[in-house]
Design a protein. Structure first.
Length: 470
């Protein structure tokens, strides 16, 4: 172990150890306070990262399981939400392996790609089509982006030569689009499911796939529609007219060949999965929860030979998330059941006095707090799992409508990633291409977050009032 790793490991060990031995606060049991120490250890491990998230998680639960009830430590790995995250992320591999995602992009671009702005809207359309059934927006970006980068390079726009001609615009927009479609559907990215599970445990609100979509379709749809034009306005490409790009797209389709059997089967399964998420909860004959639909989707891709076991185990991101999130979920659930968050809410209220503020003011304050701390997190999911319980505890002390706060925080877990180039895997992936500077990423991303805030507060909240959400 090198010196740098050791220095990072010290707070992960010493601070939870301090929590373990200091007297248990009034109103809590010693067992609950020890679980808090475990939670702090996991939180610091994910933020400081002396090792990767799954490695530090396994180290922590391996050591502390000797002192804490193992049923608590391991309970999260049996949760349906943890397995839901794994399955919807693994399914992304089917779109990459079969080439179905690329084929969709090529066919759309042949018909509509004539201007840089039009190309941007085609990027949004392709990502939108794939987003309901690809639970990793990072994986989805790896399907979409290479197609559009190929177009940029074909007109002489590379990271080294004339990046602002076209490639920089498409790169910046890819990140904006990825986070916008991730917000639109509960299955758009893994973080959404984490937020929903925490909201259910701590706030007692149930947000299923269709509830999420009804709440997001208008405000998030508007943000997605504005994305290409906003980025075009503030990060305009030098090349406005593309001319005829049909030959490039036709060449791509020719290289892929005719549509394969696996692509056709995946297309059918894709549509069925979306229908299952939309209407499964209303079917009373069988229990078609969103978790079951996801697992059946994965099972059928295996049954029809679209994916195999090697494909499943090769999805390191899915299994890494499962390892650390499973531990977090179990600990968070134990703290909720033992009344820790209720106790924490009372303590925080004693200092912040949010209960004295108007509910709408509280909503804005909580939302701005969630955005302000994003600069300190390099993992979107880790941010939600570690910081949202604190915000939810705060909400419980206020007059703010619980469902509204839960939805806003759920949606801005995605939009907030745009504040930095490291807020989400899609940002890291696109920034690494070298087309855009960090300054531009932060500037344009901040503008998009401001746009999203205006849309959700000015249009989203009245729309939710009409829906009866609050």
């Amino acid at each position: 172990m090198d010196k740098k790793t050791l220095l990072k490991l010290l707070p992960v060990v010493l601070i939870p150890l301090l929590f373990w031995f200091i007297p248990t606060p009034k109103g809590l049991k010693a067992e609950t306070w020890h679980i808090v120490a475990l939670y702090i250890a996991l939180l610091l491990g994910l933020v400081v990262k002396p090792f990767s998230e799954p490695v530090i998680t396994l180290i922590i639960i391996g050591v502390l399981s000797m002192f804490i009830d193992v049923k608590i430590v391991y309970s999260g790995y049996g949760s349906d939400m943890a397995w839901f995250i794994v399955t919807v992320t693994i399914v992304c591999a089917a779109f990459v392996k079969t080439g179905l995602g690329k084929r969709m992009a090529y066919n759309l671009l042949i018909r509509f790609g004539k201007t840089s702005l039009g190309l941007g809207y085609m990027m949004a359309a392709v990502d939108l089509i794939l987003s309901p059934a690809t639970g990793s927006n990072m994986s989805r970006t790896s399907i979409d982006y290479p197609v559009f980068r190929n177009i940029a390079e074909s007109v002489g726009s590379t990271p080294e030569k004339d990046p602002r001609k076209l490639g920089a615009y498409l790169t910046m927009l890819m990140y904006v689009v990825s986070m916008s479609t991730a917000v639109l559907f509960l299955t758009g990215m893994a973080t959404n499911a984490i937020t929903v599970s925490l909201a259910h445990k701590m706030l007692g609100v149930n947000i299923d796939w269709m509830t999420w979509f009804k709440a997001s379709v208008v405000p998030a749809g508007i943000v997605l529609a504005l994305g290409p034009i906003v980025v075009y306005k503030f990060y305009k490409p030098d090349l406005k007219e593309l001319g005829d790009i049909k030959p490039i797209m036709k060449k791509g389709l020719e290289e892929m060949g005719p549509m394969k059997k696996e692509e056709k089967i995946l297309s059918v399964l894709f549509v069925l999965a979306i229908l299952g998420w939309m209407f499964g909860a209303k079917i009373t004959v069988v229990n078609l929860s969103m978790q079951i639909v996801a697992f059946v989707f994965l099972a059928l891709t295996l049954l029809f030979g679209i994916l195999n076991w090697s494909d499943v185990i090769s999805q390191k991101g899915a299994w890494s998330t499962f390892v650390w999130y499973g531990a977090f979920y179990g600990v968070a659930g134990a703290l909720a059941s033992k009344g820790f968050y209720t106790w924490l809410a009372k303590v925080l209220e004693g200092y912040l006095k949010l209960s004295q503020l108007n509910g709408m003011v509280v909503i804005v304050v909580i939302l701005l707090i969630s955005l302000a701390v994003r600069y300190f997190f390099v993992s979107n999911s880790a941010f939600v799992a570690s910081f949202y319980p604190v915000l939810f505890a705060l909400v419980l002390t206020t007059k703010a409508p619980i469902m509204v706060v839960a939805l806003l925080l759920a949606f801005f877990a995605g939009y907030g990633s745009l504040l930095t180039h490291y807020g989400n895997g899609a940002g890291i992936y696109t920034f690494a291409t070298g087309y855009c500077t960090q300054k531009d990423f932060w500037r344009v991303g901040t503008i998009m977050v401001a746009v999203a805030l205006i849309v959700f507060l000015c249009i989203g909240l009245p729309y939710w009032k009409v829906l009866g959400i609050w």
